[in-house]
Design a protein around this ligand. Structure first.
Ligand code: SAH
Length: 261
């Protein structure tokens, strides 16, 4: 069958360069921690073919129906392990089992949503290697104090060690995206519990960055800071200067005041 026509609304930019595809596949290093890997959006399988040569069991989830017969025909060994549907909606672990690594040249338009979903399943996902818009890749790997450090940087760094691996130029895709791409690796850290109310932690991080130019004192107004905390020096800072540990400390300060009320 002929090749799959790229569709913009599915964020399809097919990688043409086999060496880069091989390098992305080799970005997975934690094979001892899992025996299965799920590729999000295999498209025409440029990356999949390198995964199939590895010892791990390869699974793929693809939303584009046009890709499915193409993959089945070109990679018969993958046949039983292609999940047809939307990564954001399907209970993929039910099919694959856990622990499971995730890999992919992600559809850039939904990369944040993909990460929120990965976070939901973080205890079953020990490693992620993915290509994203370079700017987003850098942001996720960014340390505090950097202008690009944001909500997902904190939420992901709370549970994963993140490393920027390499940059990929637009010319190696069909069609070329407008921006450079970056490949990152996320490895699950040992943290099973942050040591604070994790729901409140998420609210504090989100509210803090919603108004990132303001001090936390102002940015956190929507979550009703306890009055006794208003003068706390930590609130003079902006969200972008706080590490994961600082956010945990702040969350605990808020909860302990709330408990005493
Ligand atoms: N891996 C291929 C294709 C990358 S383009 C390559 O490198 O050439 C992104 C792929 O993600 C496309 O194949 C697209 O159809 C798929 N995709 C987009 N949204 C998806 C979703 N919600 N769930 C699963 N796959 C999706």
């Amino acid at each position: 069958m002929s090749s799959v026509r790229p569709k913009k609304h599915l964020g399809q930019h097919f990688l043409k360069d086999l060496t880069i595809a091989d390098n992305i596949a080799n970005g997975l290093t934690g094979h001892g921690d899992y025996h299965k890997v799920l590729e999000i959006g295999p498209g025409m399988g440029v990356l999949t073919q390198f995964l199939l040569t590895q010892a791990t069991e390869t699974w793929a989830i693809e939303v584009d129906r046009d890709s499915i017969p193409y993959l089945q025909q070109h990679y018969p060994s993958l046949k039983e392990r292609i999940i047809e549907g939307d990564f954001l909606k399907i209970d993929f672990l039910k099919s694959t089992g856990a622990p499971l690594a995730i890999i992919g040249n992600f559809p850039y338009n939904i990369s944040s949503q993909i990460f929120f979903r990965i976070l939901d399943f973080r205890n079953d996902i020990p490693e992620v290697v993915c290509m994203l818009q370079k700017e987003v890749a850098e942001r996720l790997a960014s340390p505090p104090g950097n202008k690009t450090y944001g909500i997902l940087s904190v939420l992901l760094q709370a549970y994963y060690d993140i490393e920027y691996l390499f940059t990929v130029k637009p010319e190696v895709f069909n069609p070329p995206p407008k921006v450079n791409s970056g490949v990152i690796r996320l490895k699950r850290n040992k943290v099973s519990n942050l040591g604070c109310d994790e729901v409140l932690f998420k609210r504090v991080v989100k509210a803090g960055f919603q108004m990132r130019r303001k001090t936390l004192r102002n940015a956190l107004k929507p979550i009703n800071l306890p009055t006794e905390l208003i003068e706390h020096p930590m609130l003079n800072q902006r969200a972008e200067t706080l590490s994961v540990e600082d956010f945990v400390t702040l969350t605990n300060l808020i909860s302990s005041c709330q408990k005493r009320v």
